[in-house]
Design a protein around this ligand. Structure first.
Ligand code: NAI
Length: 341
């Protein structure tokens, strides 16, 4: 997709972080921007930010919905068509949440929440919008679908189970759509960022009331640590510009860190090699996996700049003042190893 002006973009999770950056960049490119998000206050603030960014009020539509709920998703899809006159030409599904803890401590609520937002809402959007997009635009106008995934799609950690599983699944979904949409003259892209300057560290604060049974230890201190990490991430507008370039060039995977092509390639080689390492046995595997992780972290993005004269990566996983390590289990789970609590 190369022409954006006058067309419609629908962005999930558009009230904050990566999604808001996408709303700014595609709005500036002349698109009518529909943002959908579960948080009304964040939506109101986002609309103000978009107007201040130079996007016309009449080109902005802010819709509150829990997009894991199919009826709510359908209702906002209908609203977009009613207000902007058609389905989106560009569907960007960016809403996401995360929560970290030993996978063996996970509850059904942990899986339902994280996979509900990171995977099921993406399925909802694809099933609701893609048929409408094909009917409205195939062979007439360019259209494109995007999901914001993560580098986590390529690597599973013992404390990132539901998130990594959801992100790996959405990557595969987008590879399927990229192939499937070709005959209609459309494309698909999956954006796989490393770290974004966003509000995702606060996600636990608005976890729905019916999914509160956590297996993980979550506190103000763990949230503080996560926020300190995300403060070092890529700027959402910059990330969205990289995504736009990826869509214009019909890239299926977009890896947007601030690093050179060679650094990115090295990072990806290390990520993919972890799959080979799973085929090894015992100490050989442990050694290889530790080496791969060290290699990958060495090539991780610096917080800003074009990466050409990249300084060594910052201590991304350090604990800030008042922070606490995240990724631990709830203390009362008696089957979980004490070192993980
Ligand atoms: P963010 O928290 O700033 O934005 C995510 C938005 O999704 C929030 O506004 C939130 O209200 C919305 N949302 C959550 N549940 C929803 C639901 N059920 N229905 C509708 N909206 C919902 O976080 P960020 O970081 O901008 O996240 C965007 C995407 O980027 C996510 O898919 C995340 O997994 C992904 N990502 C984030 C990284 C990071 O370092 N922050 C790294 C890699 C990927």
């Amino acid at each position: 997709m190369k022409d954006f002006a006058g067309k419609i973009v629908f962005i999930t999770g558009g009230a904050s972080g990566a999604g808001l950056g996408q709303a700014k960049v595609f709005g500036k490119a002349g698109m009518k921007v529909a943002i959908a998000d579960v948080r009304q206050e964040a939506l109101d603030q986002a609309v103000e930010e978009l107007i201040a960014y130079g996007i016309k009020k009449e080109d902005i539509l802010a819709l509150k919905a829990d997009l894991t709920n199919r009826d709510e998703y359908k209702a906002v899809a209908d609203k977009v068509e009613a207000v902007f006159g058609g389905p989106p030409h560009l569907l960007i599904q960016t809403a996401g949440v995360n929560s970290f803890g030993p996978i063996e401590a996970s509850t059904f609520d942990d899986f339902d929440w994280v996979m509900g937002v990171c995977l099921n809402h993406v399925v909802n959007g694809l099933l609701i919008f893609v048929p409408r997009m094909i009917k409205a635009y195939a062979h007439k106008t360019e259209f494109h679908v995007v999901t914001t995934s993560s580098m986590g799609a390529f690597m599973a950690g013992s404390t990132t189970g539901p998130y990594s599983a959801a992100k790996a699944a959405v990557n595969n979904l987008m590879y399927s759509y990229a192939e499937a949409l070709k005959p209609y003259g459309a494309g698909a892209t999956v954006l796989c960022p490393g770290n974004i300057r966003s509000n995702i560290g606060n996600a636990e604060k608005y976890r729905p009331a019916h999914l509160q049974n956590r297996g993980y230890h979550v506190s103000e201190g763990t949230i503080k640590t996560l926020n300190a990490i995300h403060a070092q991430g890529i700027d959402p507008v910059e990330l969205a510009e990289i995504l736009k370039e990826g869509i214009e060039n019909d890239r299926i995977i977009v890896l947007p860190d601030h690093n050179t092509g060679e650094q990115r390639a090295a990072q990806l080689r290390a990520l993919h090699a972890t799959i080979e390492d799973y085929c090894l046995t015992g100490p050989e595997r442990e050694k290889k996996m530790a080496e791969r992780m060290a290699e990958m972290m060495k090539n991780f993005a610096p917080p800003s700049g074009d990466g050409k004269d990249a300084p060594p990566p910052p201590p991304m996983w350090g604990i800030p003042e008042g922070g606490e390590p995240f990724g631990k289990a709830r203390k009362d789970l008696d089957w979980v190893d004490p070192s993980k609590k």
